[in-house]
Write a protein that binds this ligand. Structure first.
Ligand code: TYD
Ligand code: MG
Length: 446
């Protein structure tokens, strides 16, 4: 049966019977998109009244999790793949989404019935890649199809336990006329697949392409339909890839999984601290090592600063991997509480390795890097730094001080600058601890 379709404005949500270039309600241009008007089969199946339940009576089964065999992926998923969960994997073309999921499915195939749906590449291309990656091809089950109704029909009969859709933008539903990849098609196909996954307890991976603006195509419509949203990122020039959870109903966000793309596909990097430190043969000015935390693990990351005399009335404050306003604020604190003025200096700060730092524990290290560049004096070798800087010039404690210090020791750092409230009661023998109370103390010690 053909379903009725209409048009809906993506800006204001007004509906219209016919397409037009401008929304009659809000006046926005090119925002009318085809949508499904009625969904007769679900309406008929619905019971007359929905039942209200008390939370205490709801049966609580802990979510069964399956290890994917790729521990960096398990980490971002919150400790393995949850049965019946829907995971959206977004990323730029060519970053390695297909490679990662092919490797994951091949590994899962040892314990689960899996199916890899390819809408972009041919079966031959996928098989060739699997063979090159030396994956067990006899266990890989593939399907090449783009009509979502057909796919669901096949899956209902086949009952896979883990299903990969590569990619959601190539699918189309027969009930809509718009082209595959359009917002309404993406939304409709994803909705049907999510419903299937929930009913059949299939673990579902959806691959989604990122648009030029950096959002998943189908402006965020997919993000709230799924349980977990993962982004696969990396510097195109480097072989390292970072996978990050931006939403997870079954675990924490901010976890990082780190991979290196090599000859044999994606390899896990289990000790990523070493990766975000650049190797200098001798100490250089403007470089400071901070101990940040991503999810459940501490990470050593290098902050680099360059301070240079400015000829502009409004000197430049440029940051990469760090919030720019935070830098402006830190420079103001540096002026006010340590007497070091930067109003005639351009300040550039870069976080090495393409990591994005959002926690305030990086403050102190950033200021140390800036100060070191300003004075053109390297910090003494092997110093790890963490601590938040307050507007009153105080160094505030940060969570997980002990773990951060332990990570620095593990990597052979011999000196640590940290907030006084994070200082261990008994100083370890192998690290010289500089417990700072005020920013002035740190600048003096440098
Ligand atoms: P792919 O998984 O096809 O990316 P996506 O699905 O996100 O578009 O990854 C393709 C890139 O990865 C391609 O540029 C080549 C590189 N690559 C390797 O370097 N080594 C490998 O073993 C494989 C399979 C891919
Ligand atoms: Mg691909």
């Amino acid at each position: 049966m053909k379903q009725k379709t209409g048009y809906q404005c993506t800006e204001c949500g007004a509906s219209a019977a016919k397409w037009s270039g401008q929304c009659a309600d809000c006046g926005a241009w090119n925002t009318l998109q085809e949508t499904l008007l009625s969904r007769r089969e679900t309406r008929a199946a619905r019971p007359a009244r929905a039942a209200i339940e008390v939370a205490a009576d709801v049966a609580m089964a802990s979510e069964p999790r399956t290890a994917t065999g790729i521990s960096e992926l398990d980490r971002v998923l919150g400790g393995g793949l949850v049965t019946g969960s829907v995971v959206l994997l977004g990323g730029d073309p060519g970053i390695g989404k297909s490679t990662l999921l092919l490797q994951t499915l091949a590994s899962l195939a040892a314990s689960l019935k899996t199916l890899y749906l390819t809408g972009e590449e041919s079966l031959q291309q996928v098989t060739l890649r699997a063979a090159r990656l030396e994956l067990p091809v006899e266990r890989l089950r593939l399907l090449s199809e783009t009509c979502v109704e057909q796919i669901l029909e096949t899956c209902r009969a086949d009952r896979p336990q883990a299903l990969v859709i590569d990619s959601i933008q190539t699918l189309y539903s027969e009930s809509l006329q718009s082209a595959p990849g359009s917002v309404s098609q993406v939304r409709e196909c994803a909705a049907q697949l999510v419903r299937f996954a929930k009913q059949s307890h299939t673990a579902l991976f959806l691959v989604g392409h990122v648009t030029k603006e950096g959002t998943l195509a189908g402006p965020r419509v997919l993000e709230h339909m799924v349980d977990t949203v993962l982004y696969f990122e990396g510097d195109p020039g480097s072989r390292f890839r970072v996978i990050r959870a931006v939403k997870n109903r079954f675990g924490t966000v901010n976890e990082l999984g780190v991979f290196a793309m090599g000859e044999r596909g994606l390899q896990e990097v289990s000790n990523p601290s070493a990766l975000f430190l650049s190797q200098h043969s001798q100490p250089v000015s403007g470089s400071a090592i901070m101990v940040t935390r991503h999810g459940t693990r501490p990470l050593l990351v290098e902050a680099q600063a360059l301070v240079d005399g400015s000829h502009l009335g409004n000197p430049r404050r440029v940051t990469l991997g760090l919030e720019q306003n935070r830098l402006s604020m830190l420079l103001a604190v540096l002026h006010r509480h340590a007497g070091i003025a930067m109003y005639d200096q351009d300040v550039f700060v870069n976080v090495v390795g393409g990591v994005r730092i959002s926690e305030t524990a990086a403050d102190l290290a950033v200021l140390c890097a800036v100060y070191s560049s300003f004075r053109d004096q390297p910090l003494r070798g092997q110093t790890a730094i963490f601590g938040e800087v307050g507007l009153a010039g105080e160094i505030r404690p940060v969570p997980f001080g002990r773990e951060r210090l332990a990570e620095a020791r593990k990597h052979g750092f011999t000196r640590a600058i940290l907030p006084i409230a994070n200082a261990p009661r008994k100083a370890p023998s192998d690290v010289e601890i500089l417990a700072a109370e005020r920013l002035g103390d740190v600048i003096e010690a440098l």
